[in-house]
Design a protein. Structure first.
Length: 198
C-alpha cells in the first residue's frame, strides 16, 4: 500500500492488462456454444463476400454497357451535324425542276454529282448505324419520332395524321438523332352547338 492511499484510507486499485487472445477466448467461452458463435461469424463473412462479388459483377456489367454505348453512340454529335448536310443535298436535288435538268447539260452533270455525293453519304451513315426516318403523308404522327411543326385545318383526315413532311429525321441504332418535322391534320370542330336558351 502506498503512503498516499494509507493516508486517505482507500484501498489500492488493481489494474488488469487484457490479452486480446484471452479476450476472444473469454468472449467465446461466455456464450453457451463456441461452435455456434463461429458458425455465425462464418455466415457473416460469407454474406459479406457474396455482396462484394455481386458488387464487382455489377461494376463489370456497367463498364461493358458503357463501353458498348461509347462504341455505338460515340459519334452522335458528329452524326447530328452531318444529317443537316444530307438534308441540304436532298433539298438541292429536289429544288431543280425536271425540265431544267433536261435543258441544261451542265446542270444535269452537276446534279448527278450531287446525287452521287448524297448516295455516298447515306452509305457512310448506314455503316455507322444511322438510318433515315421518312414519314409518309397519311401515317399517324409518332411523338417519339416526329416533331409536329404545324396543324393544317380542313384536310378531311383524322387529327394527328401526317399531311406534309417538312424534313426527314434520323436515328442512330435505336436512339433518335433528330426527329422528322411534319405538319399534321388539325382536329375538326365538332358539330355546331345550337343555343336553345333563347
Amino acid at each position: 500500500m502506498s503512503e498516499q492511499s494509507a493516508k486517505n484510507g482507500a484501498e489500492p486499485v488493481e489494474v488488469e492488462i487484457l490479452d486480446p487472445e484471452a479476450s476472444a477466448t473469454a468472449d467465446l467461452a461466455g456464450r453457451s456454444d463456441p461452435t455456434e458463435a463461429l458458425r455465425a461469424e462464418i455466415a457473416d463473412l460469407k454474406d459479406r463476400l457474396l455482396r462484394a462479388v455481386a458488387e464487382t459483377e455489377n461494376v463489370r456489367r456497367r463498364s461493358e454497357r458503357e463501353k458498348e454505348d461509347a462504341q455505338k453512340y460515340g459519334v452522335t454529335r458528329f452524326a447530328r451535324e452531318l444529317t443537316s448536310v444530307a438534308d441540304n443535298l436532298r433539298r438541292a436535288l429536289t429544288s431543280v425542276p425536271e425540265h431544267a435538268r433536261a435543258e441544261h447539260d451542265g446542270l444535269k452533270t452537276l446534279l448527278e454529282g450531287v446525287e452521287l455525293t448524297e448516295r455516298s453519304l447515306l452509305s457512310a451513315f448506314e455503316k455507322a448505324g444511322i438510318t433515315r426516318i421518312e414519314p409518309k403523308p397519311g401515317d399517324k404522327a409518332d411523338p417519339h419520332r416526329h416533331e409536329v411543326m404545324f396543324e393544317i385545318p380542313g384536310t378531311g383526315q383524322p387529327a394527328g395524321t401526317i399531311v406534309q413532311v417538312v424534313q426527314t429525321g434520323y436515328a442512330i441504332h435505336d436512339r433518335l438523332l433528330c426527329a422528322a418535322q411534319v405538319g399534321v391534320a388539325k382536329a375538326e370542330p365538332s358539330a355546331a352547338h345550337v343555343d336553345t336558351t333563347a
